[in-house]
Design a protein around this ligand. Structure first.
Ligand SMILES: [Zn+2]
Length: 453
Protein backbone atom coordinates (compact mmCIF):
# COMPACT_ATOMS: atom_id res chain seq x y z
CA UNK A 1 0.00 0.00 0.00
CA UNK A 2 1.39 3.39 -0.98
CA UNK A 3 0.20 6.41 0.93
CA UNK A 4 2.49 9.26 0.19
CA UNK A 5 2.45 10.28 -3.41
CA UNK A 6 5.34 12.72 -3.76
CA UNK A 7 3.66 14.18 -6.78
CA UNK A 8 6.35 16.63 -7.60
CA UNK A 9 10.08 16.82 -7.18
CA UNK A 10 11.73 20.19 -7.30
CA UNK A 11 15.20 20.72 -8.64
CA UNK A 12 17.32 23.84 -8.54
CA UNK A 13 19.67 24.80 -11.35
CA UNK A 14 23.42 25.05 -10.77
CA UNK A 15 23.19 23.95 -7.20
CA UNK A 16 25.91 22.30 -5.21
CA UNK A 17 25.61 21.51 -1.55
CA UNK A 18 27.14 19.40 1.20
CA UNK A 19 23.71 17.76 1.41
CA UNK A 20 23.61 16.37 -2.13
CA UNK A 21 25.32 13.17 -0.90
CA UNK A 22 22.29 12.26 1.22
CA UNK A 23 20.00 12.02 -1.78
CA UNK A 24 21.61 8.65 -2.49
CA UNK A 25 20.96 7.41 1.03
CA UNK A 26 17.25 8.19 0.85
CA UNK A 27 17.02 6.92 -2.73
CA UNK A 28 18.54 3.66 -1.48
CA UNK A 29 15.81 3.44 1.20
CA UNK A 30 13.14 4.04 -1.46
CA UNK A 31 14.62 1.23 -3.54
CA UNK A 32 14.57 -1.09 -0.52
CA UNK A 33 10.95 -0.14 0.12
CA UNK A 34 11.71 1.08 3.61
CA UNK A 35 11.75 4.44 5.38
CA UNK A 36 14.12 5.72 8.05
CA UNK A 37 11.38 5.03 10.60
CA UNK A 38 11.99 1.30 10.66
CA UNK A 39 15.69 1.09 9.96
CA UNK A 40 17.88 -0.78 12.43
CA UNK A 41 19.41 1.71 14.89
CA UNK A 42 22.93 1.16 13.49
CA UNK A 43 21.84 2.40 10.09
CA UNK A 44 20.01 5.42 11.50
CA UNK A 45 23.02 6.32 13.62
CA UNK A 46 25.44 5.75 10.78
CA UNK A 47 23.41 8.20 8.65
CA UNK A 48 23.22 10.70 11.53
CA UNK A 49 26.96 10.63 12.14
CA UNK A 50 27.60 11.30 8.43
CA UNK A 51 25.02 14.09 8.36
CA UNK A 52 26.40 15.71 11.53
CA UNK A 53 29.93 15.61 10.14
CA UNK A 54 28.74 17.09 6.85
CA UNK A 55 27.03 19.86 8.82
CA UNK A 56 30.09 20.47 11.03
CA UNK A 57 32.27 20.79 7.91
CA UNK A 58 29.73 23.14 6.33
CA UNK A 59 29.54 25.47 9.35
CA UNK A 60 33.33 25.29 9.88
CA UNK A 61 33.98 26.51 6.36
CA UNK A 62 31.12 28.99 6.06
CA UNK A 63 30.56 30.61 9.42
CA UNK A 64 32.91 32.54 11.62
CA UNK A 65 30.96 32.13 14.84
CA UNK A 66 30.60 28.37 14.61
CA UNK A 67 34.24 28.04 13.58
CA UNK A 68 35.51 30.10 16.54
CA UNK A 69 33.39 28.11 18.99
CA UNK A 70 34.68 24.81 17.63
CA UNK A 71 38.23 26.22 17.79
CA UNK A 72 37.75 27.19 21.43
CA UNK A 73 36.46 23.72 22.20
CA UNK A 74 39.69 22.28 20.82
CA UNK A 75 38.53 21.03 17.45
CA UNK A 76 41.31 21.00 14.85
CA UNK A 77 38.98 19.63 12.19
CA UNK A 78 35.19 19.64 11.92
CA UNK A 79 34.65 16.00 12.69
CA UNK A 80 33.43 13.65 15.40
CA UNK A 81 34.23 9.94 15.46
CA UNK A 82 30.96 8.77 16.98
CA UNK A 83 27.63 10.19 18.14
CA UNK A 84 28.72 10.26 21.79
CA UNK A 85 31.34 12.84 20.80
CA UNK A 86 28.61 15.22 19.75
CA UNK A 87 28.54 16.15 23.44
CA UNK A 88 31.93 17.84 22.95
CA UNK A 89 30.55 20.22 20.32
CA UNK A 90 29.66 23.63 21.84
CA UNK A 91 26.01 24.37 22.57
CA UNK A 92 24.23 27.13 20.71
CA UNK A 93 22.51 29.59 23.04
CA UNK A 94 19.32 31.36 22.07
CA UNK A 95 20.59 34.77 23.23
CA UNK A 96 23.55 34.51 20.81
CA UNK A 97 21.29 34.44 17.77
CA UNK A 98 18.40 36.52 19.07
CA UNK A 99 18.05 39.62 16.92
CA UNK A 100 21.17 38.76 14.88
CA UNK A 101 20.37 37.57 11.38
CA UNK A 102 24.00 36.99 10.35
CA UNK A 103 25.48 35.21 13.35
CA UNK A 104 25.06 31.64 12.16
CA UNK A 105 24.21 32.28 8.52
CA UNK A 106 26.23 29.81 6.45
CA UNK A 107 25.46 31.04 2.94
CA UNK A 108 25.78 34.14 0.81
CA UNK A 109 22.72 36.30 1.61
CA UNK A 110 21.67 36.17 -2.05
CA UNK A 111 21.14 32.41 -1.61
CA UNK A 112 18.37 33.01 0.94
CA UNK A 113 15.01 31.78 -0.29
CA UNK A 114 12.86 32.33 2.76
CA UNK A 115 13.15 34.12 6.07
CA UNK A 116 11.17 33.08 9.13
CA UNK A 117 10.96 34.72 12.55
CA UNK A 118 10.09 33.38 15.95
CA UNK A 119 7.09 35.05 17.53
CA UNK A 120 9.46 36.65 20.06
CA UNK A 121 6.95 37.43 22.79
CA UNK A 122 9.85 38.82 24.80
CA UNK A 123 12.44 41.01 23.16
CA UNK A 124 13.90 40.57 19.70
CA UNK A 125 12.95 37.69 17.44
CA UNK A 126 15.18 34.94 16.16
CA UNK A 127 15.61 35.14 12.39
CA UNK A 128 16.09 31.93 10.45
CA UNK A 129 17.13 31.88 6.82
CA UNK A 130 16.47 28.95 4.54
CA UNK A 131 17.65 28.32 1.02
CA UNK A 132 15.12 27.15 -1.54
CA UNK A 133 16.85 23.78 -1.53
CA UNK A 134 16.53 23.57 2.27
CA UNK A 135 12.77 23.81 2.03
CA UNK A 136 11.91 22.23 -1.30
CA UNK A 137 14.55 19.51 -1.65
CA UNK A 138 16.39 18.43 1.50
CA UNK A 139 13.53 18.93 3.94
CA UNK A 140 11.47 16.51 1.84
CA UNK A 141 14.11 13.77 1.55
CA UNK A 142 13.23 11.73 4.66
CA UNK A 143 9.82 10.10 4.38
CA UNK A 144 7.71 9.05 7.34
CA UNK A 145 5.09 6.68 5.95
CA UNK A 146 4.31 5.17 9.36
CA UNK A 147 3.82 8.47 11.13
CA UNK A 148 1.72 10.10 8.43
CA UNK A 149 -1.01 8.14 6.68
CA UNK A 150 -2.20 11.10 4.64
CA UNK A 151 -2.54 10.81 0.86
CA UNK A 152 -3.87 12.77 -2.10
CA UNK A 153 -7.37 11.72 -1.04
CA UNK A 154 -7.02 14.08 1.90
CA UNK A 155 -7.81 17.75 2.26
CA UNK A 156 -5.70 19.50 4.87
CA UNK A 157 -6.81 22.69 6.59
CA UNK A 158 -3.78 24.56 7.90
CA UNK A 159 -4.86 26.85 10.73
CA UNK A 160 -1.41 27.99 11.77
CA UNK A 161 0.28 31.37 11.36
CA UNK A 162 1.48 32.06 7.82
CA UNK A 163 3.03 35.36 8.78
CA UNK A 164 6.64 35.47 9.95
CA UNK A 165 6.87 32.02 11.56
CA UNK A 166 7.45 28.65 9.93
CA UNK A 167 4.39 26.55 10.93
CA UNK A 168 1.80 27.63 8.33
CA UNK A 169 4.06 27.42 5.28
CA UNK A 170 5.95 24.45 6.75
CA UNK A 171 2.84 22.32 7.08
CA UNK A 172 1.60 23.53 3.73
CA UNK A 173 4.76 22.32 1.98
CA UNK A 174 4.79 19.03 3.87
CA UNK A 175 1.19 18.20 3.00
CA UNK A 176 1.34 19.43 -0.57
CA UNK A 177 4.66 17.97 -1.57
CA UNK A 178 4.98 14.85 0.56
CA UNK A 179 1.38 13.67 0.61
CA UNK A 180 -0.17 15.43 -2.39
CA UNK A 181 -3.11 16.69 -0.35
CA UNK A 182 -5.20 19.70 -1.25
CA UNK A 183 -4.54 22.59 1.10
CA UNK A 184 -6.93 25.04 2.72
CA UNK A 185 -4.64 27.75 4.07
CA UNK A 186 -6.82 29.11 6.86
CA UNK A 187 -4.13 30.78 8.90
CA UNK A 188 -5.17 31.83 12.36
CA UNK A 189 -7.84 34.48 12.30
CA UNK A 190 -6.10 36.81 9.89
CA UNK A 191 -7.87 39.64 8.09
CA UNK A 192 -8.86 37.42 5.17
CA UNK A 193 -9.85 34.41 7.26
CA UNK A 194 -12.37 35.00 10.02
CA UNK A 195 -13.36 31.93 12.02
CA UNK A 196 -16.79 31.46 10.44
CA UNK A 197 -15.30 31.55 6.92
CA UNK A 198 -12.62 29.08 7.98
CA UNK A 199 -15.22 26.63 9.26
CA UNK A 200 -17.32 27.15 6.15
CA UNK A 201 -14.35 26.38 3.91
CA UNK A 202 -13.58 23.20 5.86
CA UNK A 203 -17.19 22.17 5.44
CA UNK A 204 -17.40 22.99 1.71
CA UNK A 205 -14.17 21.24 0.78
CA UNK A 206 -14.67 18.34 3.17
CA UNK A 207 -11.46 18.82 5.08
CA UNK A 208 -10.10 15.56 6.51
CA UNK A 209 -7.09 16.89 8.37
CA UNK A 210 -6.66 19.99 10.52
CA UNK A 211 -3.24 21.24 11.59
CA UNK A 212 -3.48 23.84 14.34
CA UNK A 213 -2.68 24.69 17.97
CA UNK A 214 -4.53 23.18 20.95
CA UNK A 215 -6.15 26.49 21.86
CA UNK A 216 -7.23 27.23 18.28
CA UNK A 217 -8.70 23.73 17.91
CA UNK A 218 -10.73 24.54 21.04
CA UNK A 219 -11.71 27.94 19.67
CA UNK A 220 -12.84 26.50 16.32
CA UNK A 221 -14.88 23.84 18.11
CA UNK A 222 -16.50 26.40 20.35
CA UNK A 223 -17.27 28.76 17.46
CA UNK A 224 -18.67 25.95 15.30
CA UNK A 225 -21.58 25.73 17.76
CA UNK A 226 -22.21 29.45 17.47
CA UNK A 227 -22.31 29.24 13.67
CA UNK A 228 -24.45 26.11 13.62
CA UNK A 229 -21.81 23.87 12.08
CA UNK A 230 -21.90 20.35 13.48
CA UNK A 231 -18.55 18.73 14.08
CA UNK A 232 -18.58 15.08 13.02
CA UNK A 233 -21.40 15.80 10.53
CA UNK A 234 -20.76 19.02 8.63
CA UNK A 235 -17.02 18.71 9.18
CA UNK A 236 -15.77 15.15 9.42
CA UNK A 237 -12.09 15.09 10.16
CA UNK A 238 -9.93 11.97 10.29
CA UNK A 239 -7.21 13.64 12.25
CA UNK A 240 -6.09 16.83 13.94
CA UNK A 241 -2.39 17.56 14.23
CA UNK A 242 -1.60 19.83 17.15
CA UNK A 243 1.52 21.92 17.34
CA UNK A 244 2.85 25.18 18.73
CA UNK A 245 1.74 25.13 22.32
CA UNK A 246 1.74 21.60 23.64
CA UNK A 247 -0.98 20.32 25.94
CA UNK A 248 -1.85 17.49 28.27
CA UNK A 249 -3.27 14.12 27.25
CA UNK A 250 -6.60 14.99 28.91
CA UNK A 251 -6.89 18.27 26.98
CA UNK A 252 -6.26 16.20 23.86
CA UNK A 253 -8.92 13.64 24.81
CA UNK A 254 -11.46 16.39 25.21
CA UNK A 255 -10.62 17.73 21.76
CA UNK A 256 -10.94 14.19 20.36
CA UNK A 257 -14.43 13.90 21.82
CA UNK A 258 -15.47 17.32 20.63
CA UNK A 259 -14.21 16.91 17.07
CA UNK A 260 -14.87 13.16 16.90
CA UNK A 261 -11.47 12.25 15.49
CA UNK A 262 -7.93 11.26 16.39
CA UNK A 263 -5.74 14.09 17.69
CA UNK A 264 -1.96 13.81 17.32
CA UNK A 265 0.86 15.93 18.69
CA UNK A 266 3.60 17.41 16.51
CA UNK A 267 6.72 19.08 17.89
CA UNK A 268 8.75 21.52 15.87
CA UNK A 269 9.95 25.09 15.89
CA UNK A 270 10.74 27.96 13.58
CA UNK A 271 14.45 27.55 14.35
CA UNK A 272 14.70 23.76 14.03
CA UNK A 273 11.78 22.78 11.79
CA UNK A 274 10.31 19.33 12.39
CA UNK A 275 11.52 17.56 15.52
CA UNK A 276 9.01 14.90 16.52
CA UNK A 277 5.58 13.49 15.78
CA UNK A 278 3.31 10.98 17.45
CA UNK A 279 2.34 7.70 15.86
CA UNK A 280 -1.14 6.26 16.34
CA UNK A 281 -0.03 4.64 19.62
CA UNK A 282 0.19 8.15 21.16
CA UNK A 283 3.00 7.38 23.57
CA UNK A 284 5.27 10.32 22.97
CA UNK A 285 6.89 11.90 19.94
CA UNK A 286 8.96 9.79 17.58
CA UNK A 287 12.00 11.93 16.84
CA UNK A 288 12.20 12.66 13.12
CA UNK A 289 15.75 11.40 12.99
CA UNK A 290 16.11 11.95 9.29
CA UNK A 291 15.89 15.68 10.02
CA UNK A 292 17.32 16.14 13.48
CA UNK A 293 19.53 14.66 16.17
CA UNK A 294 18.02 15.23 19.60
CA UNK A 295 19.89 15.15 22.92
CA UNK A 296 18.85 15.99 26.47
CA UNK A 297 21.18 17.89 28.83
CA UNK A 298 21.17 19.03 32.42
CA UNK A 299 20.38 22.75 31.92
CA UNK A 300 22.73 23.79 34.73
CA UNK A 301 25.80 21.58 34.27
CA UNK A 302 25.16 21.31 30.49
CA UNK A 303 26.19 17.64 30.69
CA UNK A 304 24.44 15.22 28.40
CA UNK A 305 21.83 13.08 30.18
CA UNK A 306 21.16 9.40 29.50
CA UNK A 307 17.85 8.01 28.20
CA UNK A 308 15.03 8.41 30.71
CA UNK A 309 16.33 11.51 32.50
CA UNK A 310 14.52 14.83 32.21
CA UNK A 311 16.38 17.94 31.08
CA UNK A 312 16.62 20.54 28.34
CA UNK A 313 16.09 19.41 24.76
CA UNK A 314 19.01 20.04 22.40
CA UNK A 315 18.49 19.87 18.64
CA UNK A 316 21.00 19.55 15.82
CA UNK A 317 19.53 19.92 12.33
CA UNK A 318 20.87 17.45 9.75
CA UNK A 319 19.60 18.75 6.42
CA UNK A 320 20.21 22.49 6.36
CA UNK A 321 22.50 24.70 4.33
CA UNK A 322 21.17 28.20 5.11
CA UNK A 323 21.24 28.25 8.86
CA UNK A 324 21.99 24.89 10.44
CA UNK A 325 21.30 24.63 14.15
CA UNK A 326 24.14 22.83 15.88
CA UNK A 327 23.33 21.66 19.43
CA UNK A 328 20.67 24.34 19.80
CA UNK A 329 19.30 24.87 23.31
CA UNK A 330 15.55 24.88 22.71
CA UNK A 331 14.50 25.88 26.23
CA UNK A 332 12.03 22.98 26.14
CA UNK A 333 12.02 20.34 28.84
CA UNK A 334 11.66 16.64 28.16
CA UNK A 335 13.26 13.22 28.15
CA UNK A 336 14.32 10.68 25.55
CA UNK A 337 13.45 6.99 25.46
CA UNK A 338 14.54 4.16 23.23
CA UNK A 339 11.66 3.15 21.02
CA UNK A 340 9.82 0.02 22.02
CA UNK A 341 6.72 1.23 20.24
CA UNK A 342 4.10 -1.20 18.97
CA UNK A 343 4.07 0.73 15.68
CA UNK A 344 7.45 -0.76 14.86
CA UNK A 345 9.28 2.58 14.50
CA UNK A 346 12.87 2.44 15.66
CA UNK A 347 13.06 6.22 16.04
CA UNK A 348 13.78 7.46 19.57
CA UNK A 349 10.79 8.65 21.57
CA UNK A 350 10.65 12.11 23.14
CA UNK A 351 8.40 13.01 26.07
CA UNK A 352 7.77 16.77 26.29
CA UNK A 353 7.21 18.51 29.60
CA UNK A 354 6.85 22.11 28.43
CA UNK A 355 8.88 25.29 28.24
CA UNK A 356 11.54 25.90 30.85
CA UNK A 357 10.10 29.29 31.78
CA UNK A 358 6.56 27.86 32.10
CA UNK A 359 7.46 25.42 34.88
CA UNK A 360 5.50 26.18 38.04
CA UNK A 361 7.43 25.98 41.27
CA UNK A 362 5.09 24.93 44.06
CA UNK A 363 6.50 24.17 47.47
CA UNK A 364 10.02 23.85 46.05
CA UNK A 365 9.00 21.37 43.33
CA UNK A 366 8.87 22.23 39.61
CA UNK A 367 5.61 21.17 38.02
CA UNK A 368 5.03 20.92 34.30
CA UNK A 369 2.05 23.07 33.32
CA UNK A 370 0.85 20.08 31.27
CA UNK A 371 0.60 18.01 34.47
CA UNK A 372 -1.44 20.66 36.27
CA UNK A 373 -3.58 21.10 33.17
CA UNK A 374 -4.08 17.32 33.10
CA UNK A 375 -5.47 17.40 36.66
CA UNK A 376 -7.69 20.37 35.86
CA UNK A 377 -9.05 18.79 32.67
CA UNK A 378 -10.11 15.73 34.67
CA UNK A 379 -13.03 17.87 35.86
CA UNK A 380 -15.65 17.80 33.07
CA UNK A 381 -17.37 20.97 34.36
CA UNK A 382 -14.26 23.00 33.54
CA UNK A 383 -13.84 24.30 29.98
CA UNK A 384 -10.69 24.28 27.87
CA UNK A 385 -10.10 27.91 28.83
CA UNK A 386 -8.08 28.54 31.95
CA UNK A 387 -5.00 30.32 33.29
CA UNK A 388 -2.50 29.43 35.98
CA UNK A 389 -1.13 32.39 37.92
CA UNK A 390 1.75 31.99 40.27
CA UNK A 391 2.12 34.68 42.89
CA UNK A 392 4.47 34.43 45.87
CA UNK A 393 4.62 30.68 45.41
CA UNK A 394 0.83 30.29 45.49
CA UNK A 395 -1.00 28.82 42.52
CA UNK A 396 -4.15 30.60 41.45
CA UNK A 397 -6.33 28.84 38.93
CA UNK A 398 -8.76 30.85 36.84
CA UNK A 399 -11.09 28.72 34.75
CA UNK A 400 -14.31 28.94 32.82
CA UNK A 401 -17.20 26.55 33.45
CA UNK A 402 -18.34 24.09 30.79
CA UNK A 403 -21.92 22.81 30.44
CA UNK A 404 -22.39 22.51 34.18
CA UNK A 405 -25.29 22.94 36.60
CA UNK A 406 -22.95 23.98 39.40
CA UNK A 407 -22.85 27.58 40.55
CA UNK A 408 -19.50 29.34 40.24
CA UNK A 409 -18.95 28.95 43.99
CA UNK A 410 -19.74 25.24 43.92
CA UNK A 411 -17.48 24.69 40.93
CA UNK A 412 -14.62 26.66 42.50
CA UNK A 413 -14.88 24.48 45.61
CA UNK A 414 -14.97 21.33 43.49
CA UNK A 415 -11.89 22.37 41.52
CA UNK A 416 -9.98 23.28 44.66
CA UNK A 417 -10.76 19.98 46.38
CA UNK A 418 -9.77 18.01 43.28
CA UNK A 419 -6.53 19.92 42.71
CA UNK A 420 -5.45 19.66 46.35
CA UNK A 421 -6.08 15.94 46.18
CA UNK A 422 -4.15 15.50 42.93
CA UNK A 423 -1.34 18.02 43.47
CA UNK A 424 -0.93 17.74 47.22
CA UNK A 425 -0.61 21.55 47.27
CA UNK A 426 -3.31 24.06 48.11
CA UNK A 427 -4.40 26.59 45.52
CA UNK A 428 -6.83 29.43 44.96
CA UNK A 429 -9.59 29.01 42.41
CA UNK A 430 -11.68 31.61 40.67
CA UNK A 431 -14.36 30.77 38.14
CA UNK A 432 -14.43 33.37 35.40
CA UNK A 433 -16.49 33.85 32.27
CA UNK A 434 -14.12 35.97 30.27
CA UNK A 435 -10.81 34.15 29.90
CA UNK A 436 -9.34 35.83 26.81
CA UNK A 437 -9.52 33.89 23.52
CA UNK A 438 -6.54 34.44 21.34
CA UNK A 439 -5.54 34.03 17.73
CA UNK A 440 -1.92 33.99 18.84
CA UNK A 441 -0.28 31.65 21.31
CA UNK A 442 -2.56 30.95 24.25
CA UNK A 443 -1.04 32.24 27.46
CA UNK A 444 -1.77 29.63 30.11
CA UNK A 445 0.87 30.38 32.70
CA UNK A 446 1.54 33.76 34.26
CA UNK A 447 4.37 34.34 36.72
CA UNK A 448 4.24 37.32 39.05
CA UNK A 449 7.70 38.44 38.04
CA UNK A 450 6.86 38.49 34.35
CA UNK A 451 4.73 41.03 32.50
CA UNK A 452 1.21 39.78 31.94
CA UNK A 453 1.24 40.34 28.22
ZN1 LIG B 1 5.13 4.48 17.53
Amino acid sequence: MKFQSHKMTVSIDEHSSHLEQFKDFFKQLDDEGITIEKLPRERIEDYQLKAINATLAHVWHHNEYYRSKLDEAGFTEPKIENLEQLASVPLLQKNVIRGDKQKILCIDPKEIGQVHLTSGTSGKPIYTSYTLADQYIYDLLPKYLELFKESDEDVAAIALPYEFALPGLGFQRLYQFAFGTAILSLGKGGYMAPVDKSLELMKEYKATVLATTPSYAALLAEESERFGIKLGEDIRLKKIVLTGEGCSYTFRERLEKWWGCEVSFFYGSTECGVVGVECSEHRGYHVMEGHVKVEVIDPVSEKKLPYGQTGEIIVTTLLREGMPMVRYRTGDIGLLQKSKCACGCTLDVLQLRGRMESMLNLGGVDYSPFLIEHFLMEIPDVSLWYQFKLSKGVLKIEAEPFRTNLTDEQLAAKVRTHMVERLGVDCEVEIKHDIPRTFGKAIRVLHESKPEK
